[in-house]
Design a protein around this ligand. Structure first.
Ligand SMILES: *[C@@H]1O[C@H](CO)[C@@H](O)[C@H](O)[C@H]1NC(C)=O
Ligand SMILES: *[C@@H]1O[C@H](CO)[C@@H](O)[C@H](O)[C@H]1NC(C)=O
Ligand SMILES: *[C@@H]1O[C@H](CO)[C@@H](O)[C@H](O)[C@H]1NC(C)=O
Ligand SMILES: *[C@@H]1O[C@H](CO)[C@@H](O)[C@H](O)[C@H]1NC(C)=O
Ligand SMILES: *[C@@H]1O[C@H](CO)[C@@H](O)[C@H](O)[C@H]1NC(C)=O
Length: 706
């Protein structure tokens, strides 16, 4: 531990000034180091950036020739700036010549980074030749620098599978040569009849962009990105591209003599630019870190302050520590262990308690909810294996009987990771403020272990998943019960989303997190991943949490969390209730995910092909209405999905009324927007809604089928 801390300290540079005195250092979440600056006197020539406070948080944009390019990050060490990529998308036809300018011409002092970007072209049926008209290190004048001809046809095996790589089927990727600030793409159409032979997942549009390689290749879901690009559904998705920058227009040798020479910090040096035909960059000498473009910007890292003497003392200290440890082990193991255990308990209590108290609004509730470790050990027969109820995503759950004979479920995490502790604490904080008959009640927690133990109401009858996916011929849940459970889950989510000051997003809604009691009443559980969103926030950007098959693709790709992510997961549950198929493993014969297949069949008015037989027998007309609600919950854009409150109201009415087909239209109208299913099949569609849902279907198959 000591060593790790020392190592960490040595690697951290001392705080240094990143920009000139009196200049803006930060815009929103982006640092603004000199030579960049937002106001006169705060930047070098060409490095003006604009902080637009009309956004919340404010956004930074390049000024000058790069005006309009949103800055995602500036790195002085890498001499790069990441900006939001511009995507060129157009309908493919047999036009002979389309010229696309990837980044604005004359974007001095920036050039597209060679190492960090790729040129990506999505589409097929043409040969694309990238040309440059700007002179660079290797090229003079007009020259072809990259060329590819993505094919539209695929072999039978590939036909229904989206490609996982951008390798010439409907997509091609090329390297970007050194020194470019602009390039244009010339298209020559190979097959004027391309539309008839293209594979079903290829859309008829062409998109061109330069994109950060790391981002483009990072997730396995290239298919999803390819689809997003060709369909134009890229709003909200932040696609980065990396630009290199250089200061000055001359080599180091020439620049060093000029008054405006940029490498002004002590302990810095000048390097001739390698990314551009001219110019130079500065770096801090070895052993120094910081910004070489400001006076005293390069600061020695702490490592250098560790003198030999200090190191020797540390060495002696560590030696002594182990010696003492050895002695203790020999002479006092038992006593030490007892003392240590007590100390640890006190320590964990303090640490966890502190964390909890910081989150809890009501301190009295916090006090009332704390259990002692002895109490819980007694309740679970010292965490006997025989008492294990299940292993959830966030820990093991034991059945326990408290001294007052109350039966409880006690949750304990396996791993000792701070993140998990935070998740436990998070769960306590959220559940302690919640009171709803369809949400598992939290009685309290124990803070004396390294990972807090949580004590819940015991829900006797297992998970909805277990009730739904039964193997034996004994019938699973009858439709009436499924419908009621759907309503109860909707109602509890609506409650969570509309809590007074902080709306809670569950983030991991799935059938294994819905518990049923003796009367088959639903109780939602597992709030470890949940997040509160205060009303003035509306959106939070977070690390992605959730379960494959249930995860909202919009959230997955943008990291923007809203209540609508739960609405999506809820839609998946409706599909699961209707079809009795498992969302995280189902793959249709055509290779589609459950959601994609469901929506496709719904569009073709062939719902019965995927509907659970039992549901078809017991309530097909209601099922159709529920399917329509599911489709709305599963819309690509969160903002187009209904709220949980709205869904709750629909389901309530559906439960109350008997089968009423005439209600469908009204119902859909109230949910807003055009429908996926109408009472009379295809006739009710208008072209655009049909088109949109087809796109969604492709999207869903791409994002969910992994
Ligand atoms: C940052 O700038 C201020 C004002 O110029 C100066 O007093 C201070 O020493 C600088 N800090 C560092 C770490 O260079
Ligand atoms: C610097 O470059 C490396 C490798 O090219 C990259 O992984 C890293 O993210 C970059 N850092 C910044 C701040 O851009
Ligand atoms: C292709 O171009 C030719 C002439 O330029 C035109 O007659 C034909 O209709 C076009 N075909 C398609 C599919 O657009
Ligand atoms: C293809 O591009 C055209 C023109 O840019 C656009 O109007 C159309 O919506 C795009 N098609 C798809 C399927 O996104
Ligand atoms: C930079 O380039 C100039 C001219 O091309 C050359 O004379 C000089 O040695 C180079 N300096 C460094 C540090 O590489």
């Amino acid at each position: 531990m000591l060593l790790i801390q020392l190592a960490a300290a040595a690697a951290t540079p001392l705080a240094a000034n990143i920009t000139l005195d009196g200049c803006e250092r930060k815009c929103g979440e982006v640092d603004v180091p000199y030579p960049f600056g937002t106001s006169y006197g705060c930047h070098r020539r060409g490095f003006k950036v604009i902080c637009d406070r009309a956004y919340s948080p404010p956004k930074l944009f390049l000024g000058g020739d790069g005006a309009g390019l949103e800055v995602l990050g500036i790195s002085v060490q890498n001499r790069t700036v990441r900006v939001r990529a511009t995507i060129w998308s157009f309908a493919a036809d047999n036009t002979s010549d389309v010229v696309v300018k990837i980044i604005p011409a004359n974007l001095e002092p920036y050039v597209l980074s060679t190492d960090r970007n790729s040129l990506v072209i999505v589409g097929c049926g043409f040969r694309a030749s990238a040309r440059t008209t700007v002179s660079s290190l290797q090229l003079q004048g007009d020259a072809v620098i990259a060329s590819c001809a993505p094919s539209c046809t695929v072999n039978n095996q590939q036909k229904h599978q989206q490609p996982n790589l951008c390798e010439g089927n409907g997509c091609c990727e090329a390297a970007i040569p050194t020194g470019l600030s602009s390039l244009s793409i010339h298209f020559s159409w190979l097959d004027t009849n391309a539309a008839t032979v293209r594979a079903p997942w290829m859309t008829p549009n062409v998109s061109v962009l330069a994109v950060e390689q790391e981002w483009w290749r990072e997730t396995p879901d290239i298919a999803f990105k390819i689809w997003l690009l060709s369909s134009g559904h890229v709003t909200g998705l932040v696609i980065p591209v990396v630009l290199d920058w250089t200061v000055g227009q001359s080599s180091c040798t020439a620049a060093e003599t000029l008054p405006e020479f940029g490498c002004v910090s002590k302990n810095s040096e000048c390097l001739n630019s390698t990314s551009s035909a001219y110019g130079y960059v500065c770096r801090c000498n070895d052993g120094y870190d910081g910004n070489p473009y400001v006076p005293d910007g390069c600061q020695g890292s702490r490592r250098n302050h560790l003198t030999a003497g200090v190191l020797v003392s540390i060495g002696i200290g560590i030696g002594l520590f182990f010696l003492l440890l050895g002695l203790a082990a020999t002479f006092g193991t038992r006593r030490l262990n007892i003392r240590k255990a007590k100390k640890m308990r006190e320590y964990f209590f303090k640490q966890n308690h502190g964390l909890l108290l910081r989150q809890l609004v009501d301190k009295d509730i916090a006090k009332r909810m704390i259990f002692s470790l002895e109490e819980l050990e007694e309740a679970t027969n010292k965490f006997d294996e025989a008492r294990v109820l299940g292993d959830g995503g966030h820990g093991t759950v034991y059945k326990g009987i408290l001294s007052n004979q109350r039966v409880v479920a006690i949750k304990k995490s396996r791993a000792v990771v701070q993140k998990e502790i935070d998740e436990f604490i998070n769960e306590v904080a959220i559940l302690s403020q919640i009171n709803h008959r369809n949400i598992v009640r939290l009685f309290g927690c124990c803070l004396e272990t390294e990972v807090p133990l949580l004590v819940y109401e015991f829900i006797s009858n297992g998970t909805l998943y277990a009730h739904l996916h039964v193997d034996d011929p004994k019938k699973p849940l009858v439709w009436k019960n499924r419908l009621r459970i759907a309503f109860e889950v909707a109602s509890s989510l609506a409650y969570l989303h509309s809590a007074a000051t902080t709306s809670v997003v569950h983030r991991d809604i799935k059938t294994t997190n819905i518990l049923l009691d003796d009367q088959l009443v639903a109780n939602i559980s597992d709030f470890g991943a949940s997040r509160g969103i205060s009303i003035d926030q509306a959106v939070v950007t977070t690390g992605i949490k959730g379960t494959h098959g249930y995860l909202d693709p919009e959230y997955f790709y943008t990291g923007r969390l809203t209540e609508k992510s739960d609405v999506y997961s809820y839609g998946v549950i409706l599909v699961e209730l209707l079809t009795r198929k498992k969302p995280s493993v189902y793959i249709s014969p055509e290779g589609l995910s459950l959601v994609a297949h469901f929506i496709m069949l719904l569009n073709q008015d062939k719902l019965s092909e995927i509907l659970d037989e039992q549901v078809a027998e017991e309530g097909e007309d209601e099922a159709k209405q529920v399917a329509a609600i599911a489709a709305k919950c599963l819309r690509l854009k969160g903002q187009n999905r209904p709220t949980m409150r709205n869904v709750e109201m629909r389901l309530q009415r559906l439960q109350g009324s008997d089968i009423d087909i005439s209600g469908v239209e009204e119902h859909l109208a109230e949910l807003g927007g055009p429908a996926y299913v109408g009472g009379n099949g295809e006739a009710g569609y208008n072209y655009s809604s049909r088109q949109y849902s087809m796109e969604e279907e492709i999207l869903l198959s791409a994002s969910l089928e992994r």
